[in-house]
Design a protein around this ligand. Structure first.
Ligand code: UDP
Length: 473
């Protein structure tokens, strides 16, 4: 359900009605992509622009199921779905299979959808497509239909700079055409950007060569190909956070951090219902005392690593709030978790999915034990929370380098000789982090810079305003 906004402009002698602007927003079907594009959509509708938000049928079902019915009806964003080409029971965690299917069927469905919308109402034509950079084919559909197009990069600018430099890295013999580093050296784009370890590149998937190939092709060829014809290239960051990387990307428009702020939690683009009981629990905790533990929507653990984390939380004396998704390990033992819950009941809270932004903004939070996904990173920065970094894959390792070495707002965890992050390592690092006033001060300073960038006169504020003015004309 949606409501449409008519825009009135005062012109010379009198008032005339202007056609409403209608944009179509399309994210990659994953939590870390849908959430920021949903937040972006909220910002757009706040400027009197109609938004149709297109996801796959599979994701649409998750979004609507996690959303209160009433808030869906009230939402100014129209949610629409198209098929992803897979069967209902197919495994959508099989990224190569999902991407292959999406690229095969979704361009046709998207074109049909746009034609249908445009034919249904002369006053409500789609005038711009805003597509996640990882669904570049949507930009191609827009181009063929003569519609303006913006691409939104939902991760950090340094990663985009790296992707755009891949042809040069191949040319210079630093990596081969399959993305394999020729030598075991650090890879630098500039002296002001942390180097990439040749063993952990953004497309690295140890032990899964099929997914790695799929990621590399997407990074190396598809993104470089699809970005060329787009009218705007936006990213969820702010210039002051990473000016060296932004300066390497021609035409980049940072408009972040995209934060939901006062918008309703149910509009956050969550795939799971947010358990708000943790907010009332946080109310009862001492200011600056709680360790928030969350690893985003994808990261998984071995049983041994999960047990080690559990034991570390039992060892520390601080209260903690831990997000444990049901798929965080294969065959999560609910009896074990119930036993753990009973043992830590006086100082620990476990939820399956939290209203993360609200949690991070709560005064009781002391630090964020995080996988360093880009959204979590920006959310932690926006709330001034120090990080304990536990990256899981891809760009998260590089985000960790920024957090620890560039912004100096957190510490990293080290694994032992067997690749395990031990309970003692976690305990020690939490204690070190919580007693480090320098890190706390840096985190609060960065929070202020982030806030300034999105308030009137700030860099992201101006970029966003200018983008809105351009798509309106
Ligand atoms: N998130 C949430 N509740 C949770 C855990 C995560 O709402 O309990 C949100 C979080 O705020 C972020 C997104 O899920 O916006 C995760 O994105 P991120 O890039 O951090 O990680 P990914 O899931 O892509 O690995």
């Amino acid at each position: 359900m949606c409501f449409r906004i008519k825009v009135w402009i005062i012109c010379g002698q009198g008032v005339m009605e202007r056609q409403p602007i209608h944009v179509l927003v399309i994210p990659f079907p994953a939590q870390g992509h849908v959430a920021p594009l949903m937040k972006f959509s909220h910002k757009i509708v706040d400027h009197g622009i109609n938004v149709t938000f297109v996801t796959t049928e599979f994701i649409h079902a998750k979004l609507t199921a996690s959303m209160a019915v009433k808030s869906e009806e009230k939402s100014p964003i129209r949610l629409v779905s198209i098929p992803d080409g897979l069967e209902p029971g197919d495994d959508r965690k099989d990224t190569p299979k999902l991407m292959e299917s999406i690229e095969k069927v979704m361009p046709g469905h998207l074109k049909d959808l746009i034609e249908k919308i445009n034919q249904s109402n002369d006053d409500d034509q789609i005038s711009c497509i805003i597509a996640d950079t990882t669904v570049g084919w949507a930009l191609e559909v827009a181009e063929k239909m003569g519609i303006k197009r913006a691409s939104v990069w939902p991760a950090g600018p340094a990663n985009l700079a790296f992707a755009l430099h891949i042809p040069k890295l191949i040319e210079e013999g630093i990596i081969d055409i399959k993305g394999t580093p020729i030598e075991n050296n650090l890879i630098w784009l500039s002296k002001d950007i942390p180097a990439w370890s040749s063993t952990i590149l953004p497309w690295s998937c140890p032990g899964d060569s099929k997914t790695q190939k799929c990621f590399f092709e997407s990074y190396a060829f598809k993104m470089n190909h699809y970005l060329r014809p787009c009218n705007w290239l936006l990213c969820n960051s702010f210039y002051e956070l990473d000016s060296p990387a932004c300066n390497l990307i021609p035409g980049i428009i940072p408009i972040g951090p995209l934060i939901l702020g006062n918008q309703l939690g149910s509009h956050a683009g969550s795939f799971l219902p947010q358990d708000s009981t943790c907010l009332s629990w946080l109310e009862k905790q001492v200011v600056g005392s709680v360790i928030y533990v969350s690893f985003g929507s994808i990261a998984t653990f071995s049983q041994q690593q999960f047990d080690e984390l559990t034991l570390s939380l039992e060892l520390i004396s601080q209260p903690f709030l831990w997000v444990v998704r049901s798929d965080v390990i294969g065959g999560l033992n609910s009896e074990f978790l119930d036993g753990f819950r009973t043992r830590i009941v006086d100082r620990g809270k476990i939820v399956e999915w939290a209203p993360q932004e609200k949690v991070l903004a709560h005064p009781s939070i002391a630090c964020f034990l995080s996988h360093c996904g880009w959204n979590s990173t920006l959310e932690g920065i926006s709330m001034g929370v120090p990080f304990l970094c536990w990256p899981y894959y891809g760009d998260q390792f590089h985000n960790k380098s920024y957090i620890c070495d560039v912004w100096k707002i957190g510490l990293g965890l080290n694994s032992d000789e067997n690749g395990l992050i031990t309970r003692h390592e976690i305990k020690t690092k939490i204690e070190t982090l919580l007693s480090d006033d320098g890190i706390k001060i840096n985190a609060l300073k960065l929070k202020e810079i982030a806030k300034k960038s999105v308030t009137d006169g700030g860099s992201s504020f101006k970029n966003f305003k200018s983008f809105i003015e351009q798509i309106k004309h």
